[in-house]
Write a protein that binds this ligand. Structure first.
Ligand SMILES: NC(=O)c1ccc[n+]([C@@H]2O[C@H](COP(=O)([O-])OP(=O)(O)OC[C@H]3O[C@@H](n4cnc5c(N)ncnc54)[C@H](OP(=O)(O)O)[C@@H]3O)[C@@H](O)[C@H]2O)c1
Length: 260
């Protein structure tokens, strides 16, 4: 499993992690992924999967990066502190490795949210702070009110069919040492079912990889991008972990870029 630096920190994370939105696989797929090096697990208070993540990682806690999120409706100062406490309990840990703001919410002043997050880092309840679904403007503003620590990541929609971030957000994150966590990297499974004869199918046949592996490899070809596919079964998890450790050629990437 290839590793990438998390933001500008000294922490390295796998380029393929494990998503858990709607996850129903129990502990085994997550443990199979961890064994294959996919040792970053993404969850959120809003997913109701923190319990199962906590159970799955218990025997390997030190080897796993747990990334969870505070919901957009809980961004008032004291709500952030309460949400974090509840997540720590469900995750059965005393420190969240990466705590992300799930969605920006204009109802809550961002300075309030960031000041609560700073407290959590100061207290050792959180190691690193990230955001999700933030624009460049929102990232700049959040960082402005969080002067003592870096925002290390932004988790956003990114896959072969959803490439909006390439215009502004991806270059901004690259220039500023911010990791992009690509969510829905398989387009919710649709890319795995793409039609016979498509560039994805052809390149899967050429490389001897599956369509999922090609689609995920395309995401992580970008220097600062890691991908977090969700898979309920051990077989699909193993398949997804095989998306790392090799690279599509520049010519194959060009063909996929014309996929639409
Ligand atoms: N921050 C946010 O706002 C946000 C939003 C959406 C998602 N996310 C995160 O990103 C993660 C992934 O996104 P996602 O769940 O939306 O979609 P996804 O990972 O693009 O796709 C998941 C779907 O693909 C299927 N699949 C996975 N691996 C496969 C394989 N190797 N072969 C064939 N099918 C495969 C899964 O099957 P099964 O159903 O059998 O597992 C599931 O139906 C989420 O779990 C969550 O952690 C974050």
């Amino acid at each position: 499993m290839n590793l990438k630096r998390l933001g500008n920190t000294e922490v390295f994370v796998p380029e393929i992690g494990l998503g858990t939105w709607g996850y129903k696989g129990g502990v085994e797929p997550l443990r199979a992924g961890i064994e294959l090096g996919a040792s970053l697990i993404d969850t959120a208070e809003g997913y109701y999967t923190e319990d199962i993540v906590g159970e799955a990682v218990m025997p390997f806690r030190d080897e796993v990066i747990i990334a969870t999120k505070v919901s957009g409706r809980n961004l008032a100062h004291d709500s952030v502190l309460r949400s974090c406490e509840a997540s720590l309990e469900k995750l059965r840990t005393d420190c969240i490795d990466l705590y992300q703001i799930h969605w920006p919410n204009p109802l809550y002043p961002i300075d309030e949210t960031m000041s609560a997050l700073e407290k959590l880092v100061d207290r050792g309840c959180v190691s690193y702070v990230g955001v999700s679904n933030f624009s460049v403007r929102q990232m700049r503003e959040a960082q402005h009110y969080f002067p003592n620590y870096p925002i290390v990541s932004n988790q956003v929609l990114y896959n072969l069919r959803s490439r909006d971030i390439e215009k502004e957000l991806l270059p901004y994150c690259l220039d500023n040492g911010i990791t992009v966590m690509a969510y829905t990297p398989l387009d919710a499974g649709r890319l795995c079912r793409s039609r016979h004869g498509s560039a994805l199918s052809q390149i899967a046949a050429e490389t001897g990889k599956t369509k999922a592996q090609v689609a995920l490899n395309w995401c992580v070809c970008q220097e600062n991008v890691i991908a977090i596919p969700k898979a309920d079964s051990v077989a699909k998890t193993v398949d997804n972990c095989g998306a790392s450790g090799w690279r599509l050629s520049p010519e194959q990437i060009r063909r996929l870029d014309k996929y639409l």
